[in-house]
Design a protein around this ligand. Structure first.
Ligand code: GLA
Length: 714
């Protein structure tokens, strides 16, 4: 065992990560906070590399690079470390490493957020070899566990378009489990770049040790769980090591790094809870609202998006009538979706127009500014849809710049939704995309919101901008190019909100959320299926960012018929919006919507800034229930849904969580569609301990019956 010279503690209020540096740097511990880290190092023999490299006797390594002379190996040794307190809550630690033989320098970065128990990790690489080195595998972080734990249970969010973020859990076996995504433009179809990992036994909502991780990257990514037999020590005992390695996907993505150039990976967030998955989600949500989501402290408006209510078929009159309807419901923002642009190639369907970001003069002769004014006159803000990373071959943009699309010159240009992806590795294309969006915002300065869509992934990847030996840079340079565009927009239009859309749930990650206020959770607006999609998404992402819209009935995706109340009760557990045509609704429905909108405005701070408690999982149950509790525990809102009708069902007993046991709460059922309450104590005051131990019997009689309860300290 080599001599340890430094103990490096990276801690938060209730977790510790302990590194030890001798000649190399090891991770000795990550888990519940420890007061005397040096004792752990003294008494410990099973240290795992803090960030391993392929070289020496390490064959299962995180970092793999090829030196200028062709040497495939790297051995990282400790140089120095330093910690800096950024403010009362944040401490940044850097650990500098160097290859034993070559001038290649790797810095490990750790940013610890004390109150939220979050540690962000990333690395940076530079070198002064004579010529470029090649980064073959360059993950952001490694997180390893030695035989301290007997079993690991991995929870992931999986799914495709319109069925995003299904929850699954499995026990890790010896071998390698890889989660990845190779779409290029999307981060969260297939799997979301995040996970929870229970130690020893599956954590429940309220018990068990569990770790979460999430990668802040909106392109291709990879997270691997390599559970292997570690090196045998002198005592011949079997050692099991689990190495979690997370970063940009290295598949076909070799990256040449010139001498002096700095390569910085995206950040990887990890958090720990000793009290189950519920607490872990709450920590991540608090961290996100404060540090990793734009305007996490500002309430989101109730908006109506025109898509499902109008699709491509509208003129000014249709839009004005939607605004009138929204105004009558006391909504706050109208968002004009796809179909408003293109003249030579009008965007009247998905076949033409992408790339030509000028208003369609036939459909909207008075332009966007007139719509903004019309919205303002109705006391509404105005938002607009764009998909600026894309181009239809039927567009003036493509006629002028066919070389700007991602393609291989000798191969077919494969179309998806009739469109091609613009090559954002090219700075000229980045400028075009920036200018396209910026000029819309400059021409109509009252635009308050942009829905930024992205409806396809890479195929036959190639760039006419990148040199032949750097074609594989496209994966990384595309996403960094996208971030550059976003960052310029955010800087120059700080008051314009942005929604990350991407065919619904295709871009839900903490890379994009640093630059946007919310995401379109799914193109699937079926309220029943949304319960599952929102349930999974909420493991890692907060409700304030989760756009949830009430749509028409029968549902346009599934044909399901459910009551308007059920649709509202589901959407009101996220960032409420509407996706319907008010003029097709009856007076009774409009009156219901108006009342629900008023209710949402009242509970909005609790939903959007409160702590999430998952009460009854929809998986394996006939019911689902969740709640939000304000930080000071004076307010709460709870939701219960019947998702499956079984005759003879036991009615759910809704035992609440997170309240103050000693406070008294007034319980009011809201959104009552026919005036009947689902509980006997509607309008009564009960103490927190009763609500949390005995709970409420909720009389949910049939499928798609639902109830929402508002609790206020009495
Ligand atoms: C994608 C989005 C939808 C809508 C359409 C418009 O599918 O996810 O919400 O904006 O594009 O074409």
């Amino acid at each position: 065992m080599e001599k340890i010279k430094h103990v490096i503690e990276i801690s938060t209020d209730s977790s510790s990560m302990i590194l030890a540096a001798g000649e190399q740097v090891y991770q000795c511990y990550y888990g519940k906070k420890i007061a005397t880290p040096s004792q752990i190092v003294d008494g410990y023999t099973e240290m795992v590399p803090a960030y391993s490299a392929f070289g020496g006797d390490d064959s299962t390594a995180a970092l793999r690079l090829t030196h200028a002379n062709g040497d495939l190996s790297t051995e990282l040794v400790y140089v120095r470390h330093a910690a800096e307190r950024m403010d009362a809550n944040i401490t940044e630690t850097t650990v500098e490493l160097k290859d034993r033989c070559y001038p290649v320098y790797v810095t490990l970065h750790y940013r610890a957020y004390a109150a939220e128990d979050v540690i962000e990790k990333w690395i940076s690489v530079r070198h002064t070899e004579a010529e470029a080195i090649t980064l073959n595998e360059f993950p952001s972080a490694e997180l390893s566990f030695s035989s301290l734990h007997n079993h690991y249970y991995l929870t992931t969010l999986n799914g495709l378009w319109e069925r995003e973020h299904n929850l699954s859990e499995e026990q890790l076996q010896i071998g390698k489990k890889v989660l990845d995504n190779r779409y290029g433009t999307w981060s969260s179809f297939g799997s979301n770049p995040s996970f929870m990992l229970s130690l020893n036994e599956p954590a429940t909502e309220d018990a068990g040790q569990v770790i979460a991780g999430a990668l802040a990257w909106s392109g291709a990514w990879k997270i691997s769980f390599d559970y292997h037999l570690g090196k045998l020590f002198h005592d011949n005992k079997e050692r099991r090591v689990l190495s979690v390695v997370a970063g940009i996907n290295d598949f076909a993505a070799d990256y040449k790094l010139d001498p002096g150039q700095l390569f910085t990976t995206p950040t990887f967030m990890q958090s720990y809870s000793g009290n189950g998955k519920g607490e872990l989600s709450r920590k991540i949500h608090r961290w996100a609202r404060k540090y990793s989501l734009r305007d996490g402290d500002k309430e989101r408006p109730i908006l109506l998006n025109s898509w499902e209510g109008a699709y491509f078929t509208f003129g000014e009159e249709t839009l004005l009538s939607m605004m009138d309807g929204l105004n009558k419901m006391d909504g706050e923002m109208f968002v004009l979706d796809d179909g408003w642009f293109g003249n030579k190639h009008p965007r009247n369907n998905a076949a033409a127009g992408l790339g030509d970001w000028q208003v369609n003069n036939k459909k909207l002769p008075n332009g966007i500014t007139a719509l903004c004014d019309a919205a303002e006159a109705r006391n509404l803000k105005f938002g607009i849809w764009v998909e600026p990373e894309m181009v239809n071959p039927a567009s003036e943009l493509y006629e002028n710049h066919p070389e700007w699309v991602i393609h291989q010159p000798n191969r077919e240009k494969i179309l998806y939704r009739n469109q091609l992806v613009l090559d954002l590795s090219n700075p000229e294309v980045q400028d075009f995309v920036y200018d396209s969006v910026a000029s819309i915002l400059v021409d109509s300065p009252k635009i308050a919101y942009v829905k930024w869509d992205c409806n396809r992934s890479f195929t036959n990847i190639g760039s006419s901008y990148l040199p032949a030996d750097r074609q594989s840079h496209l994966w990384v340079d595309y996403t960094n190019g996208l971030y550059r565009i976003y960052d310029r927009l955010v800087e120059n239009f700080p008051n314009v909100m942005i929604q990350a859309c991407a065919s619904g749930g295709g871009r839900i990650d903490y890379g994009i959320l640093k630059r946007t206020q919310e995401f379109w959770t799914s193109d699937n607006t079926d309220a029943l299926q949304r319960i599952f999609i929102q349930w999974g998404t909420g493991y890692i992402y907060p409700a304030i960012a989760m756009a949830a819209h009430v749509s028409a009935c029968p549902n346009h995706q599934t044909g399901r018929v459910v009551p308007l109340k059920f649709r509202f009760d589901v959407a009101m557990s996220g960032r409420l919006g509407l996706e319907l045509a008010p003029k097709e609704m009856s007076d009774d429905e409009l009156a219901f919507v108006k009342a629900a909108v008023a209710d949402y405005k009242r509970i909005r701070p609790t939903v959007q800034f409160g702590d999430l408690y998952r009460l009854i999982s929809p998986y394996g149950s006939n019911f689902a229930a969740l709640s939000y509790v304000s930080e000071d525990k004076t307010k709460a809102v709870a939701y219960a849904y019947a998702i499956n009708h079984m005759l003879g069902n036991l009615l759910p007993q809704l035992t609440l969580k997170g309240l103050d046991p000693q406070k008294h709460y007034l319980i009011t059922e809201i959104n009552k569609s026919n005036g009947d309450a689902h509980i006997t104590c509607d309008g009564k005051v009960l103490r927190g301990d009763i609500l949390m131990n005995h709970g409420l019997k909720v009389n949910l009689e049939s499928e798609y019956d639902s109830a929402v309860f508002e609790l206020t300290e009495a």
